[in-house]
Design a protein around this ligand. Structure first.
Ligand SMILES: Nc1ncnc2c1ncn2[C@@H]1O[C@H](COP(=O)(O)OP(=O)(O)OP(=O)(O)O)[C@@H](O)[C@H]1O
Length: 236
């Protein structure tokens, strides 16, 4: 196992439904993501981007093949073991933010830490630190409905970041934002990648994202077409 690889899919397939209605969402995918990289996953609607991110994020399980996260083969893990792995190594950012509406920004960001063995003071310090990092310290007692889309996505990024993950997966993080706000969210993800060396995988159709992230994986009908990250890493 190459320890430069943070996440790897080996011959992974995923199907939805059964019989005549069965859909092949991922078709024998082989793909590696290297530590410290920022990569964009590009493909038409329905090509399998979200499915791929959900498998990498241990939110769903593949039907065939192996998903390896930080050297750990997740294939035979229980749902509880997967949840623990996700909590310690992975942050997920969704297109529609997925914040809990009845919790403030602070409480949304705090949530993942409540599942960890951490004292209150350390939790408070860490939540304040990440809210600072995403530029939202002065909004920490606001509810999602009291914030703009860009601010809500910053809260979601802070929540993804709070457990110090090695990998952040962002499924179309700018799709519900205007282009200026989307560019700000991309700046934030790029700076986390640069400053904290967190590996980031973003799926997107957004030209703001495609113009700025140079490592591209193209997916079509559940198959990887051109893995420019492999080329990039091969040349590096
Ligand atoms: N829960 C599900 N049940 C049945 N089919 C599904 C389910 N989720 C996804 N699919 C199908 O699997 C394929 C891949 O879907 P996926 O959501 O991964 O694509 P995507 O590239 O993320 O699309 P989009 O850009 O529209 O979000 C599509 O044909 C989709 O219709």
């Amino acid at each position: 196992m190459n320890d430069r690889i943070i996440a790897q899919l080996i011959n992974v397939s995923k199907y939805y439904g059964s019989g005549e209605g069965r859909v092949t969402a991922l078709n024998h995918v082989n793909l590696s993501f290297f530590r410290g990289d920022i990569v964009v996953l590009v493909g038409l609607s329905g090509s399998g981007k979200s499915t791929l991110l959900h498998l990498l994020g241990c939110i769903d399980k593949q039907d065939e093949g192996n998903v390896i996260i930080d050297g750990i083969d997740t294939s035979s893990m229980s749902l509880e073991q997967l949840a623990n792995l996700r909590l310690s190594k992975i942050g997920f950012v969704f297109q529609s933010f997925n914040l809990i509406p009845v919790l403030t920004a602070y409480e949304n960001v705090e949530l993942p830490l409540l599942f960890k063995d951490m004292d209150k003071k350390s939790i408070r310090q860490r939540v304040d630190e990440v809210l600072d990092e995403v530029g939202l310290h002065d909004r920490k007692h606001h509810y999602p409905r009291e914030m703009s889309g860009g601010q809500q996505q910053r809260v979601a990024i802070a929540r993804a970041l709070v457990s110090k993950p090695a990998l952040i997966l962002a499924d179309e993080p700018t799709a519900n934002l205007d282009s200026k706000t989307g560019a700000g969210i991309l700046d934030l993800l790029m700076s986390l990648n640069k400053k904290e060396h967190i590996t980031i995988v973003v799926s997107s159709h957004d030209s703001v994202v495609l113009d700025r992230i140079k490592s591209v994986v193209h997916i079509r009908d559940g198959k990887i077409m051109v893995d420019e990250t492999a080329l990039h890493n091969h040349l590096a």
